[in-house]
Design a protein. Sequence first.
Length: 458
Amino acid sequence: MAPRIGIIGGGFTGLTAAYRLQKAGVHVTIFEASGDLGGLASGFELAGHPVEKAYHFLYKTDEYILALVDELGLNDRLSFHRSSVSTYYDGVLYPMMSPTDLIRFTPISLVNRIRAGLTVLYLQRVRNWRSLSEITALEWLRRWAGREVTDVIWEPLLRGKFDKYYDKVTMSWLWGRVKQRVDSRDVKVGGEALGYFDGGFRVIVDALLKNMEGKVDIRLNAKVSNLRHDGSKVVLTSAKGEERFDRVLATVPSNILAGMIGDYEKRSPDYFRKLRSIEYLDACVQVFATRQKFTPYYWHNINTPNAPFVVFLSLTNLVGSEKFEGLNVYYIGDYVPSDHRYMSMDPAELKQHWYSRLKTIFPEFDQSQVVDDALFRLRNAQHIVDIGFEEEKLLPHHTPCPGVLMSNFSQIYPMDRGTNYAVRDGDALAKTILASLDQDKVFPKPYLAHTAPEAAVA
């Protein structure tokens, strides 16, 4: 009988692992708590067109997902486009795509504009990022870029991205973001090149499902409540009762896993302390389609005090409106604590709040031209990478429950979450599971207090 593997979570990590495992002849069951597959990249129909609930794109350096795209025969569905970035500050929208744009950014002095550029240039050349993990991004930027540059350019972005944790995030996290964007520059397109699929990221999900059809049991709205090891198998408890598996891969946030394997807390208190110490922010995303084009840029950083949202972007300014029958598609996004009012406001009230604030930034915006919109609230969308994260919070994939492995974006450190690393870790965890099955059916070694963080996938 083929081994039975349970996968909790139908995002890109879980789907990739399932795809690899079923190709090896393993019986796989996916348990997805929501009604959609794809995780943060899951899609929906906006004005009759497929888009993502949260904005997504690929970098040219995203080698793992690009290899999967090639394997699935989807290269003809993927195109790279020149990105365009702007910064909204003090009532003015400034282009921020080149050194020349930075020199023309008059809210800071000329000397500090040069200093800002040299700081980014230095970060591009950093190879030993570990030294940056011992200082916060805010402190490092104030020291090297200066207070004016930090106050005008960087601190508003950190506040928008990390809310109350803005002064806790390490410089190693920001280095990873800068490196990603710089490495994705393409001389052929004249700047940063970002990839998007004809049909949205759904095309990857659909291709994976087509390849797994009839071979993987996929259960939606299937919340898992408990995992334990009975001496022979992993016992998984869901609304349908108990089921037994040879291995289980949990691709859920760390705080969610803590509840699932709570039976092992007394045995491994250090592990659970680390597991629960990872803090998360939620995300609110509003997507709308309108007949109106009111900005020439793709990405807009909103660098104003008490900004109503951190980012505003136009998907169609990146990929063109022709694919959307002439409509323009926009995203409004913000990261907030779980108790923030955005997470409980009436959807219509929040939409109207953001539309009204959008009009203060773009006075020509006409809400009557909007033909469709949607609001999504995404839990545990961004983890907080603070000082000591690698030593105190970065955990290996093995858990205290024998046969249960964890893979989530807190383990991608020092890089930030993304579909590329989700695919990478899905591949790696599938190999780990298959290797453990070949070792005389011995369960993967459970987490022990002395397990080194380097046991995590690199």
